[in-house]
Design a binder for this molecule. Structure first.
Ligand SMILES: [Zn+2]
Length: 273
C-alpha cells in the first residue's frame, strides 16, 4: 500500500477495524464484509486510513457536516457558545490562540491572516479579542464553505469569509492557520502546494494535527473514518522538506480535551523546489 504523504511503498498494516464508526453508519456504509485498516509508513511515519473506495465516497458526502452527527440536538449557535464558554484551562482553543498570537505579535508591517477551514470561527473569535502586541497590524480572513458555519462566522466574528476562489490571489497572505484540517485531506502535499501559492515568501503556516501517539491506542478518537492521515514529527519534517518550509517551532502536546496533538510553525522559504 502506497503512503498518502511521501508515496513510499515501505508501509505496514497496523490495525484492522471491523465495525463501522458513527460517521460510517450515518453515511450508510454497508455493514456486510466491512473492514478498513490503518497503515504506517516506515519512511515518513505517517499513519494512513485505508478504506474501500465506495465507502470513501459515501463519507465524502457527509464530511462537511459531520458535526451534525456528533451534536444532532444542538444548533450551530449553541455549539459555538459551548466552546466559547469553556474555561481557559479546559479549552484546546485557548492554548492554540496563545501559541499563534505569540507569533503574530512579532510582525512589523500590516499583515493578513487566513484561517483555512475555520469551522464555527471560535479560533478567530478568541484571537481577535486577545490584546496581543501588534494586534492592530493584522487583518483576519476565514475560509469556510459550510453554509451554517458561515452564518455563525458572519454573526459572531465579523470578518471577511471567503468561500470560493480561495486560490486565486497569489502571494497574498502572511499567515495561514490549519487547525485540525490536514488530517481530513487525503493528499496533503498536493493541497499544501496549492496553499503555498497564496502565501507570500517569508509567510508562516501553522499546522496542527492529531499525533500518532494517540493512534497507538485502540478506539482513539483520531482513528475515525473521516481522518485520512495522522502525523508524527518525521511526517511534518517531510512536509517542510517537500514544500521548502523552515520549521520554526514543532511540539507534541496533550490538550485539555486529552487529545495527543502535534503542531508546527513553518516559514515559507523563497525558492520553490
Ligand atoms: Zn510516507
Amino acid at each position: 500500500m502506497r503512503c498518502n504523504l511521501c508515496q513510499s511503498k515501505k508501509t505496514i498494516k497496523k490495525l484492522t477495524i471491523k465495525t463501522r464508526d458513527r460517521f460510517e453508519i450515518a453515511s450508510k456504509v454497508n455493514a456486510k464484509n466491512y473492514t478498513r485498516f490503518w497503515y504506517k509508513c516506515n519512511d515518513c511515519l505517517v499513519f494512513f486510513n485505508v478504506q474501500k473506495l465506495v465507502n470513501k465516497k459515501k463519507l465524502q458526502k457527509i464530511s462537511k457536516n459531520y458535526f451534525k452527527i456528533d451534536f444532532p440536538n444542538l444548533t450551530p449557535e449553541e455549539r459555538f457558545k459551548n466552546i466559547i464558554n469553556l474555561t481557559n484551562k479546559d479549552s484546546d482553543n485557548y492554548y492554540r490562540v496563545k501559541r499563534v498570537a505569540k507569533f503574530l505579535s512579532k510582525t512589523r508591517k500590516h499583515s493578513k491572516l487566513l484561517d483555512f477551514g475555520a469551522g464555527l470561527g471560535v479560533f478567530l473569535f478568541k484571537l481577535i479579542k486577545l490584546k496581543f502586541k501588534n494586534r492592530y497590524k493584522w487583518n483576519f480572513f476565514s475560509f469556510e464553505p459550510d453554509i451554517s458555519n458561515k452564518k455563525i462566522i458572519k454573526t459572531n466574528v465579523a470578518i471577511k469569509n471567503i468561500d470560493k476562489n480561495i486560490f486565486k490571489k497569489k502571494n497574498y497572505y502572511d499567515f495561514i492557520t490549519l487547525n485540525k484540517v490536514l488530517e481530513h485531506i487525503e493528499k496533503p502535499i498536493e493541497f499544501l502546494t496549492r496553499l503555498r501559492s497564496i502565501l507570500k515568501n517569508g509567510a508562516i503556516i501553522y499546522i496542527e494535527v492529531p499525533h500518532i501517539y494517540g493512534a497507538l491506542k485502540k478506539n482513539d478518537s483520531s482513528l475515525v473514518s473521516l481522518h485520512y492521515n495522522i502525523y508524527s514529527k518525521a511526517s511534518l519534517e517531510f512536509i517542510s522538506f517537500k514544500l521548502n518550509f523552515d520549521i520554526l517551532d514543532l511540539k507534541i502536546i496533550s490538550e485539555p480535551s486529552k487529545k495527543k496533538t502535534i503542531y508546527a510553525f513553518m516559514k515559507v522559504k523563497k525558492n520553490v523546489r
